[in-house]
Design a protein. Structure first.
Length: 301
């Protein structure tokens, strides 16, 4: 029970860290392409995770006890959930803004629930299914919102599409990795590092193959955007990722996913206060439906 409670607490910390990072990533997206920003934040995360492994003394001899099949599973999870999902997510964020993206993120919870049911045989009660339905309804309602300044309705629809794709990939990737995360022999930091390393390797390959490779790698030259991109990377790729995986390691996948969704509440508040995004009546209704859905999924026993 204590382990389950700790998992829920980690999931909540992940939500708060991610909400703060989301606001910063939106600022970064004004001058950095999604692929470039994803690569940058992952490299920063890798450096911090490497230092963490050194500090904890887990950098030698540990990997010899890992099964190849488990490592491969984490790598596939990282490619889907970090390389592909995060790039799609940042693309959607640029077009939707923080508050609308926060509502789209609520689709992540029902996506995890579906994956957990079919892949992990987790069982849920009818209020949890109803809550998932409310979350989906909130996302559908928000698609009718007036496009942000400088965006067309077509671009808004494209943003929603990529946002949903990102949530599905994230959900599938983390549920795929859950059996490995639950193993006592697999330290949390190593599991996080392997996932991030696999995702980063794919992003490096895509950047090198891109005709815009110079632009992608130019983000590593010190510049003014580092004042935003580095804190965003620390919060979103290091702290939020560790807390996120810890939540899935110690709590039920469906419960951890629902608690992760509280990031939507934090993000909408921060977007209104920090980015001055308009909080409309439609956003209020969508947010309320999403929050009720999250509570139903989380609190139902």
């Amino acid at each position: 029970m204590e382990t389950e409670f700790a998992g829920r607490l980690y999931a909540l910390f992940s939500a708060l860290s991610w909400a703060c990072a989301l606001v910063l990533f939106k600022r970064c997206g004004e001058s950095m392409a999604p692929l470039s920003l994803n690569l940058f934040k992952n490299i920063v995360g890798m450096i911090l995770l490497g230092l963490t492994l050194l500090f904890l003394g887990q950098h030698e001899g540990v990997t010899s006890s890992f099964e190849t099949a488990d490592i491969m599973l984490l790598c596939v999870s990282g490619i889907l959930g970090i390389a592909l999902a995060d790039t799609a997510f940042l693309f959607a964020l640029n077009r939707l803004g923080v508050s609308l993206m926060a509502i789209v993120e609520c689709a992540y919870s029902p996506a995890v629930i579906c994956c957990a049911i079919f892949m992990l045989s987790e069982e849920l009660r009818w209020p949890q299914y109803f809550g998932a339905g409310l979350i989906v309804s909130a996302v559908m309602l928000s698609t009718r919102h007036t496009p942000p300044a400088g965006q067309t309705r077509k671009q808004l629809s494209l943003g929603f599409m990529w946002g949903i794709v990102a949530m599905m990939l994230m959900a599938f990737g983390i549920v795929l990795a859950k059996p490995v995360l639950e193993m006592q022999r697999f330290p949390l930091i190593w599991a996080t590092t392997i996932r991030l390393a696999a995702g980063t390797a794919i992003l490096l390959a895509l950047s090198l193959a891109s005709p815009h490779r110079r632009k992608h790698f130019s983000v590593f030259i010190p510049n003014a955007t580092w004042r935003t991109s580095i804190p965003a990377s620390i919060l979103g790729t290091y702290l939020a990722l560790i807390f996120w995986i810890a939540g899935f390691k110690y709590a039920k996948a469906s419960i951890a996913a629902a608690l992760n969704q509280t990031s939507s509440i934090f993000a909408i508040i921060l977007a209104t206060v920090v980015l001055k995004e308009t909080f409309t009546f439609r956003k209020a209704i969508s947010s309320t439906l999403a929050i009720i859905g999250v509570l139903l999924v989380t609190l139902t026993r």
